[in-house]
Write a protein that binds this ligand. Structure first.
Ligand code: 6PG
Length: 409
């Protein structure tokens, strides 16, 4: 079942940080941002600049315009972040008519927000209008409540963790369009991560589907990606030399890494030269822990995955020991389905990525995708159904052929 796009509306009185948080959250997630205040009429902006509170009559056309943007985004399947005061339940009911919205309430004291407003000059809302906003505010009962006094980074980190983690589906006409759109979204995420943390950690997948994605990333976006700050890892690898025809590392070099100025020290292939395979897996896990810290899991900013026709993902196959693993981040993987010994991140390890892109193309994957997206699928039988992000979101990028069994929710 497809899942509606995520449309997040940040509500709160003036000074609560809606625009700041909205802008940062949108950049972190690689989504567009709509500043609701930009849709006010000139007459309303003039009223607010003169310290005159808006009436419900003033707000009606404004809310209708925002609702039109929301329904357009929902129709196009586009995730969206909106900043909008939406103080009254009646306003929120107008905005959520016919669509599923995720409300976020930036909550704080009048003193905190007043001090912020008094520091602003250009903002049309005057500090003394704040009292009328608090009077009008009807706290949303179905919102993610955020302490607006926290730092913007802390708020965005909290929001990324709390946003609905279920997967969302983006259907493209074909694998070329899928590759182009996924690459464009990936660049947004890479830029956000580098802007926020000075580096971006990406895990790449094997298989053929990512080839187009790699080529677009390394050509159309070559000049935009801050390659010196991007670290590349692999979610799985065949246990072969890195120059072997079956090597996922070799495929990534040929389709991306040999064509971009990414420092060799930023490229972290799985050590398939180590023997036995279990030692190679343990060594990679050690390298991941050194890079990410010894926390609960490798927090890739972006993790690229694919799925097989049997709904495996990475090298986690149904019925294999890897699908049962809950502790280790990396294991050696073998399966009757493929005699090639492999190394793979485990499903729990994969779930610590902030953004997971699953690239799926071809009619042969339609059944696997349906199982992967079905809420009642057992990951032991369909490992791709176990793709979750505990700290962010999963985006399923599918072409129309592989998505043909998926019905809009
Ligand atoms: C691998 C991949 C594997 C791949 C799927 C889909 O090493 O083979 O990590 O999980 O993503 O098998 O492969 P295709 O993209 O070739 O269909």
């Amino acid at each position: 079942m497809a899942v509606d796009p995520l449309i997040v509306i940040l509500v709160g009185v003036s000074g609560s940080g809606k625009s700041t948080i909205g802008t940062r959250l949108a950049r972190q997630m690689g989504w567009p941002f709509l500043e609701g205040d930009t849709l006010h009429s000139p007459a309303s902006i003039d009223k607010m600049s003169r310290g005159i509170p808006l009436t419900d009559e003033d707000r009606r056309p404004w809310l209708s315009e925002i609702h039109a943007r929301i329904t357009d985004a929902a129709r196009r399947g586009v995730d969206l972040v909106i900043a909008c005061s939406a103080l009254k339940q009646e306003y929120r009911q107008t905005l959520e008519r016919g669509v599923a919205l995720t409300w976020v309430h930036l909550k704080g004291s009048e003193a905190l927000f007043r001090s912020r407003l008094q520091q602003r000059t250009a903002h049309v809302m005057k500090a003394d209008m704040l009292a009328s906003q608090f009077d009008a505010l009807e706290e949303p009962s179905n919102a993610i409540v955020i302490d607006a006094s926290a730092t913007p980074d802390a708020i965005v980190e909290q929001l990324v963790r709390q946003l609905p983690a279920e997967g969302r589906l983006r259907v493209a006409a074909d694998v070329d369009e899928l590759s182009a759109k996924a690459a464009a979204a990936a660049v947004e995420i890479i830029e956000c991560a580098v802007a926020a943390r000075g580096r971006c950690s990406v895990a790449l997948s094997g298989g053929d589907t990512p080839r187009g994605f790699h080529r677009v990333l390394g050509s159309q976006f070559r000049a935009r990606v801050p390659w010196a700050q991007v670290h590349f890892f692999w979610g799985d690898e065949r246990y072969v030399p890195l120059d072997h025809a079956d090597s996922n590392y070799r495929m990534a070099r040929e389709t991306l890494l040999d064509h971009v100025p990414c420092p060799p020290s930023n490229i972290h292939p799985m050590p398939t030269h180590l023997s036995p395979a279990a030692a190679a897996a343990a060594a990679y896990e050690k390298a991941l822990r050194e890079h990410f810290g010894d926390g609960v899991g490798p927090a890739f900013d972006l993790n690229i995955l694919g799925i097989g026709e049997d709904a495996h993902t990475a090298s986690v196959f149904a019925g294999s020991p890897a699908v049962e693993e809950q502790e280790r981040w990396v294991v050696d993987a073998h399966t009757d389905a493929d005699p090639q010994l492999r190394l793979t991140l485990t499903l729990p390890a994969l779930s610590h990525s902030t953004n997971i892109f699953v690239l799926v193309a071809g009619a042969a994957k339609a059944g696997a995708l349906r199982h992967a997206l079905a809420a009642d699928s057992d990951p032991h039988l369909y490992p791709a159904a176990g793709i979750r992000s505990a700290h962010g979101t999963v985006l399923w990028w599918a072409d129309s052929a592989s998505a043909r069994f998926i019905r809009p929710s």
